[in-house]
Design a protein around this ligand. Structure first.
Ligand SMILES: NC(=O)c1ccc[n+]([C@@H]2O[C@H](COP(=O)([O-])OP(=O)(O)OC[C@H]3O[C@@H](n4cnc5c(N)ncnc54)[C@H](O)[C@@H]3O)[C@@H](O)[C@H]2O)c1
Ligand SMILES: [Zn+2]
Length: 370
């Protein structure tokens, strides 16, 4: 099926997301039928080997100019160094303004390749071909691109919308199990922020999801894409409600960065959601039982709920001070009112300042104090 992401304030930046089985095989014909272009197929070492080489060979057969450019897999390579190495490779190969970046891989590839596209020759078009569940349901929609730095996650980047997103569900059959579950953390986030019924579906369909029933996974991808697209299309640059998509991410990013990326992004976000839901309940924002419901859903998918031992509260707070929502040293969180609805409105804003003592108390329960 094809799903449109309308960008309300910039109609010409709107784009389609195609979701289905076997779409990777159809891509060369679509690109051959499109405007004449030269494709820089950017991928990581795993996905490049498994899917990239074949895709480029098929693009050539279809008469499309394309070259594969890869970098080593892993979150720690979502870096300035990778951005610069990829850009240099494109310059050396003389990619011109008729070029298009095709990002083939998970969220790491999408974020860094999108940032290359945003900056190469001041910006060239890009197509996203997400191959992880997380990238299909979350990172490939909304146009956030960027890299991590030592100070924190995603601190350098750009809002830059792709021309097209193509999600081939069959890629999920080769995804390692922990990566599939990490993607489910973002699906649970979508349910918590917007649709309690979706949370029930995820819980009920757990056996089919872990067995990779593609019909069920397709329903998950479609519903998550609908929820994310609805939020981002009205607020492209996160001036307002888009902040609700960060539920679990302020604490989660701090946990992810301080674990030196030993945790997967989705695992860190699971911990972040469990802790932020507790903060929401303790500050009287969330209905009683919200934190328990969030924790039960995460546990169902085998996701962690507590920061790993050794994560110090001071390190977590220090990392949160770099969060993009922090103001004047104060941590702001997007919090649920209950499962299915977020706190806030256009007047109040969508994030609330959290007193440091409450943060210390909740984070301290799951991390060693220093
Ligand atoms: N831009 C956004 O809006 C946004 C939203 C959410 C997350 N993110 C970012 O996404 C990143 C996480 O993305 P991710 O979880 O997709 O991780 P990832 O890109 O590192 O992919 C996970 C691993 O799976 C491998 N892989 C990918 N597809 C595969 C397949 N089909 N078969 C076999 N192996 C495959 C990759 O090589 C990698 O080793 C984080 O950096 C996070 O900050 C961005
Ligand atoms: Zn995320």
């Amino acid at each position: 099926m094809t799903f449109r992401v309308p960008i309300v304030e910039r109609r010409d930046a709107s784009y389609d997301i195609r979701i289905g089985r076997g779409l990777l095989g159809e891509l060369p014909a679509w690109l051959a039928a499109g405007p004449e272009a030269r494709y820089a197929v950017i991928s990581d070492s795993h996905v490049g080997k498994r899917y990239g080489e074949k895709l480029v060979a098929e693009l050539h057969r279809a008469g499309v100019r394309a070259e594969l450019i890869t970098f080593p897999a892993g979150e720690w390579n979502k870096s300035r160094e990778t951005w610069s190495a990829l850009s240099d490779r494109m310059l050396a190969a003389r990619f011109g303004r008729d070029s298009v970046v095709l990002a083939l891989g998970g969220g790491v590839v999408g974020d860094v390749a999108g940032f290359v596209a945003a900056t190469y020759l001041r910006g060239i078009p890009w197509v996203q071909v997400p191959t992880t569940l997380l990238a299909m349901i979350d990172s490939s929609i909304g146009g956030k691109t960027g890299v991590d730095v030592v100070q924190g996650k995603n601190l350098l980047g750009a809002f830059y919308q792709p021309r097209l997103v193509v999600a081939d569900l069959e890629a999920l059959t080769t995804l390692p199990g922990p990566q599939l579950l990490a993607g489910m953390a973002e699906a649970i986030k979508h349910g918590v922020i917007a649709d309690a019924g979706y949370c029930d579906v995820l819980e009920r369909e757990h056996p089919a999801i872990v067995a990779r029933d593609l019909a069920v996974l397709e329903r998950v991808v479609v519903r998550s894409v609908e929820i994310k697209a609805e939020v981002v299309s009205a607020d492209e640059r996160e001036a307002g409600r888009r902040a609700v998509l960060n539920f679990g991410h302020t604490v989660g990013h701090a946990v992810e960065a301080t674990s030196a990326y030993a945790l997967l992004h989705g695992e860190a976000v699971a911990i972040g959601m469990a802790l932020e839901a507790r903060i929401a309940e303790r500050s009287g924002i969330a209905e009683a039982g919200t934190a328990a419901r969030v924790a039960a859903l995460l546990e169902r998918f085998g996701l962690p709920l507590e920061a790993p031992e050794g994560a110090s509260v001071d390190d977590l707070l220090g990392s949160m001070g770099h969060d993009k929502k922090a103001r004047a040293g104060q941590v702001y969180l997007a919090l649920p009112r209950r499962v299915g609805a977020m706190h806030g409105d256009a007047q109040l804003g969508w994030t609330v300042p959290i007193p440091e003592d409450l943060l210390r108390e909740i984070l301290g329960a799951g991390a060693a104090a220093t």
